[in-house]
Design a protein around this ligand. Structure first.
Ligand code: AMP
Length: 216
C-alpha cells in the first residue's frame, strides 16, 4: 500500500505517520527527517539543503526526488510505505508517479489533513522531539506521561527543530499554499484524494486515517 499524507507544516503528518507505521507496518518516509539527517551529517546534500530549510523554502525537486527514488528501492519498502512531506510540488508528484509506474505500482490514497492556518503557528512553535528515538511531543497538546522523560524510550534528551520558529513558519505556510496546495486538484482528478479533519484531537485523527485505510 502506498499512502501520502498531505497537509501544511504542523498538520500532524509526522505524528500520524509514526502511529500508522507502528500499527500497520508501513514504513514512514519523511523527506524532512532525511534532509535533517543530511544537514546534521554535513553531507553534500545537507550542506546545500540547509539554507533553504532555514528560510522555510523548498529544497530543489531533483534533490528530494533522488532521495526518494533511492529510498523506495530498499527492501523494507517492498510491502508499502507512507510518504510524509513528499511530494511537495506537482513536479515531484509526477516524478513519483513515473517511478512507481516502472515498478507496476501506484499511489493508493492521498490523505489530506485539513487544518486552520491560525492554529498551525502555535502547534509548530510548541513542538519538540526525543533526540534518541524521534518521538514527537508538544508543550501543551502532547506532553510526555512523566515530565522530561520520553514515553517511548525513556530518554531525557529532547530537541526542537531549527525551522520551528514563528518567522520561518510563516514562510513555510506561504510555500505550502503556493507550491504544495496544487497537489490537491492533481490527486483529486486521479480519484485518490481523501480529506480528513486534522483539527480533531490526535486519537480522532488516527481513527479517521484508519477508516480511510480500512476502506481501501
Ligand atoms: P518537514 O519536516 O516535512 O516540514 O520539512 C522540513 C523542510 O525540509 C522543508 O521546509 C523543506 O525546506 C525541506 N523539505 C522536506 N521535504 C521536502 C520536499 N518534498 N521538497 C522540497 N523540500 C522539502
Amino acid at each position: 500500500m502506498i499512502i501520502i499524507l498531505l497537509g501544511p507544516p504542523g498538520a500532524g503528518k509526522g505524528t500520524q505517520a509514526k502511529r500508522i507505521e507502528a500499527s500497520r507496518g508501513l514504513v514512514q518516509l519523511s523527506t524532512g527527517d532525511m534532509l535533517r539527517a543530511a544537514v546534521a551529517n554535513e553531507t553534500e546534500v545537507g550542506n546545500k539543503a540547509k539554507e533553504f530549510m532555514d528560510a522555510g523554502k523548498l529544497v530543489s525537486d531533483d534533490v528530494v526526488i533522488g532521495i526518494i527514488e533511492d529510498r523506495i528501492a530498499q527492501q523494507d519498502c517492498e510491502k508499502g510505505f507512507l510518504l510524509d512531506g513528499f511530494p511537495r510540488t506537482v513536479a515531484q508528484a509526477e516524478a513519483l508517479d513515473e517511478m512507481l509506474a516502472k515498478k507496476g505500482l501506484k499511489v493508493d490514497a492521498v490523505i489530506e489533513m485539513k487544518v486552520d492556518d491560525e492554529a498551525l503557528i502555535d502547534r509548530i512553535a510548541g513542538r519538540y522531539t526525543c533526540a534518541e528515538c524521534n518521538a514527537g511531543y508538544h508543550d501543551t497538546n502532547l506532553k510526555p506521561r512523566v515530565a522530561g522523560v520520553c514515553d517511548s524510550c525513556g530518554s531525557t534528551n529532547f530537541i526542537r527543530r531549527a525551522d520551528d520558529n514563528r518567522e520561518t513558519v510563516v514562510s513555510r505556510l506561504e510555500t505550502y499554499h503556493a507550491q504544495t496546495a496544487p497537489l490537491l486538484p492533481y490527486y483529486r482528478e486521479k480519484g485518490v484524494l481523501k480529506t480528513i479533519d486534522g483539527m480533531a484531537d490526535i486519537d480522532d485523527v488516527t481513527a479517521q486515517i484508519n477508516q480511510v485505510l480500512d476502506a481501501l
